[in-house]
Design a protein around this ligand. Structure first.
Ligand SMILES: [Zn+2]
Length: 317
């Protein structure tokens, strides 16, 4: 062993400070890194065998896992404009969004609908930054993935090199996985993202710790990928019909579990080693994320073979 000079010692100290900082900032992010990694890897592992093989190689799965937490890095302090634009993509406060009735299918129609709703509810925080854009981001990522997969099919037919497209597809699927993963965490679908507010007859925590406690500290310390794997395998892969509608149902189901998340926190199910019901709850939520992601990726692959819709006729003057 060589002795360490002042430079190495300084470097080691700096590295520890950086790692400590990364650890702290990740507390505030969606599912901790462990949860996001699990969701992406399990989705990839459980894709049916008729998807292109590169998605399921060890390198493909490693990359899928690697990209899982990436969108959280886009909403840090270092890139303020990107953070401002992209932060609403990680959540949707369904209790508020549902005031719109049926959600518009397109992002900008939704933004306009919220603005118009604000005029009739001046007392509620209804800006797009406060209500969130989760399902729009997810479906737009699905469509990016489907587009790349369509290009991949074309290159294969032409017997051209597909390597750059393979990298693009794995990247897009990995980023998609982040948002789908966020959607399985109940507090990402709610007006109570991190502490109860307003009337509180059941005495749920109003402190700002439940979010990171559940998704980062508890999952990181108590839930392993093998615990979740069997739940994902138990659900057969399927091709989704209307991806937007399916994804909204997935978010609405997640939203029905908001109060249960608070109840479990209250009884100590996520504290330290937690309780079996807390562990089961976390495993089911992680599995739900992996299942939805697997099915969306699979649907993108199957639907990427569809012929493009016919061009609309130009408007007559
Ligand atoms: Zn997120």
């Amino acid at each position: 062993m060589t002795s360490q000079g002042p430079f190495q010692v300084a470097l080691r100290r700096t590295t520890s400070v950086i790692l400590l900082f990364v650890g702290i900032t990740q507390q505030a992010f969606a599912w901790g890194v462990d949860g996001h990694h699990m969701i992406n890897r399990l989705a990839g592992m459980n894709l049916p065998n008729d998807v292109p093989g590169f998605l399921k190689t060890p390198e493909g799965l490693d990359a899928l896992e690697y990209y899982a937490p990436e969108p959280d890095h886009w909403r840090g302090r270092g890139e303020p404009q990107l953070a401002n634009e992209s932060s609403p993509d990680h959540f949707i406060a369904l209790e508020r969004a549902s005031l719109l009735g049926e959600l518009p299918r397109n992002r900008y129609d939704y933004v306009r609908a919220l603005a118009s709703l604000q005029t009739s509810h001046p007392d509620l925080p209804l800006s797009v930054e406060r209500v969130g854009t989760q399902p729009y981001q997810t479906v737009e990522m699905y469509e990016r993935l489907k587009s790349a997969m369509r290009d991949y099919r074309a290159l294969v037919a032409l017997k051209r090199d597909t390597k750059p497209l393979e990298a693009e597809i794995v990247f897009l699927a990995g980023i998609l996985g982040h948002y789908v993963g966020d959607g399985s965490m109940p507090l990402h679908t709610s007006i109570y993202p991190n502490g109860w507010t307003g009337p509180n007859p059941n005495g749920y925590t109003a402190e700002h710790h439940i979010h990171a406690l559940f998704e980062s500290a508890f999952v990181g310390a108590n839930v392993g990928i093998d615990d979740v794997a069997s739940l994902v395998q138990a659900e057969k892969p399927k091709v989704l019909g209307d991806v937007f509608e399916d994804y909204l149902s997935y978010l609405r189901h997640s939203n029905t579990l908001v109060e249960e998340t608070y109840r479990l926190e209250k009884v100590g199910a996520f504290t330290g080693k937690g309780m079996p019901e807390g562990k089961k709850f976390a495993e089911e939520r992680l599995a739900a994320g992996a299942i939805e992601l697997r099915d969306i990726i699979y649907t993108a692959w199957v639907r990427s073979a569809d012929p493009l819709p016919a061009r609309e006729a130009p408007p007559t003057r």
